[in-house]
Design a binder for this molecule. Structure first.
Ligand code: 1AL
Ligand code: ZN
Ligand code: ZN
Length: 411
């Protein structure tokens, strides 16, 4: 199959390499059949919001990556109204921009509002590159729940779930759609594209996105394997490995997400691999309100999608569409995403029918395996080998000696 392209991964390098890092993160990606990933501009320090900080990223990645790696740049209040700075960042090779509509949890990556996003889109239009948005708007009414005493037991998942209701996602999407109109044919930002990352709410938020697509807005949406594999009902008290934002919702929502994916209303999948050190996951404490939000998953997205998708009758062709073709298009990777003459030979060899237990004995290549929400699961779909541009980078538990992945810059 074509190698997977993960358009949403946080490898935290430079600056927080103890959370993940380029060597461990790309080794895990290769072991999971991912041949290209586009690294997010935050959780590393400093955040990737300028040509200088992009340079640090590229330096950190070079000679230490086992798969191809590209970069998103950050759209933040500091650069949003500075077209010259944004153009410099895009000229330097970021594949597009990423912004947050709520606090990101990272001090040097502040949130943006619709005005910043409108300004960003108008610059992106010239480059025909996308803006990816973390679409949640913190509402004042509910935010008191996020304070220390929570309004419930902080070890109980339902306490956390209530702090980030679907209305947060809906409010963000509603606001985004006031500016995505600009991307329509003939509009002031024609050529720009808006991509909603990690959708969790399969109800109103998704309905709004569907309607915008029908109206001709240039908009796509991804969801992540953890929203398709888990439901709120089954998350044990204190098990903060499952904390992420937006949160994993109830089983009925999960069912709706699968239906939307099967119907083509959700365009693609990404890992949103967002690990940290075990100490910040507060695994002993189990405090959902204080623990770091983010799921560690990059090595297992292929078997997870395949295993949990059996019930819905997913096909290999759908896997390729969700994990290779459409992500390649979003990231402007025209020589990737399909096995075709002239393309890079980015290939994963795997056995869909082979099952394995993801226990402590299973080789894990992420830096902090204990925080992964998938430990303890039985999955089907074993990756045998991964090739990046024809180079064998992973085979049956072993990696190539040389880290021969390339940094990929947009031109
Ligand atoms: N700072 C983060 O990496 N946040 C991430 N955290 C999640 N998803 O829980 C994200 O993508 O929003
Ligand atoms: Zn996010
Ligand atoms: Zn993320």
């Amino acid at each position: 199959m074509p190698g997977l392209i993960d358009v949403h991964a946080h490898l935290d390098d430079p600056g927080r390499a103890e959370w993940e890092g380029f060597p461990s993160g790309t080794k895990a990606a290769a072991a999971g059949g991912i041949t290209t990933l586009i690294d997010m501009p935050l959780n590393n320090f400093p955040s990737t919001v300028s040509t200088e900080t992009l340079k640090l990223k590229i330096e950190a990645a070079e000679k230490s990556i086992y798969v191809d790696v590209g970069f998103w740049g950050g759209l933040v209040p500091e650069n949003a109204f500075n077209a010259t700075a944004l153009e410099a960042l895009l000229d330097a090779g970021v594949h597009g921009l990423k912004s947050f509509m709520c606090p990101s949890g990272i001090n040097d990556f502040p949130m943006t509002d619709a005005r910043h996003i409108k300004a960003g889109l108008s610059v992106l239009a010239k480059y025909k590159r996308p803006l990816l948005v973390h679409s949640e708007i913190q509402s004042v009414v509910e935010s008191h729940l996020e304070t220390e005493d929570g309004g419930g037991d902080p070890r109980s998942y339902s306490t956390y779930l209530k702090t980030r209701p679907p209305s947060w996602e809906e409010a963000a999407v509603r606001e985004l759609l006031t500016v995505t109109k600009d991307t329509r044919s003939g509009g002031p930002a024609e050529g720009a594209h808006l991509h909603v990352v990690h959708l969790s709410d399969a109800s109103s938020s998704l309905d709004l996105i569907k309607e915008a697509k029908r109206s001709g807005d240039s908009i796509t949406v991804e969801t992540c394997p953890h929203y398709l594999a888990f439901s709120a009902e089954e998350i044990p008290d204190g098990d903060t490995r499952f904390k992420c934002a937006p949160p994993i919702r109830d089983a009925a929502n999960k069912e709706k997400l699968w239906n939307a994916l099967m119907e083509g209303d959700i365009d693609m999948l990404s890992s949103d691999h967002s690990p940290t050190v075990p100490e910040l996951k507060l695994l002993n404490d189990g405090n959902f309100l204080k623990a770091w939000g983010g799921i560690s998953s990059i090595q297992f997205v292929l078997p997870v999608t395949w295993s949990y998708g059996q019930k819905y009758g997913i096909t290999l062709e759908q896997l390729v569409s969700w994990w290779s073709e459409r992500p390649a298009k979003l990231a402007g990777q025209h020589s990737k995403g399909a096995i075709a003459i002239g393309n890079h030979a980015d290939v994963v060899v795997w056995e869909p029918e082979v099952e394995f237990d993801l226990n402590e004995d299973h080789p894990m290549f992420v830096k902090n395996p204990s925080i992964s929400a998938y430990i303890g699961k039985r999955l089907s779909g074993k990756v045998l080998a991964t090739f990046v541009r024809g180079n064998l980078v992973y085979k049956e538990g072993n990696h190539a000696f040389a880290a021969c992945g390339s940094t990929i810059l947009a031109t």
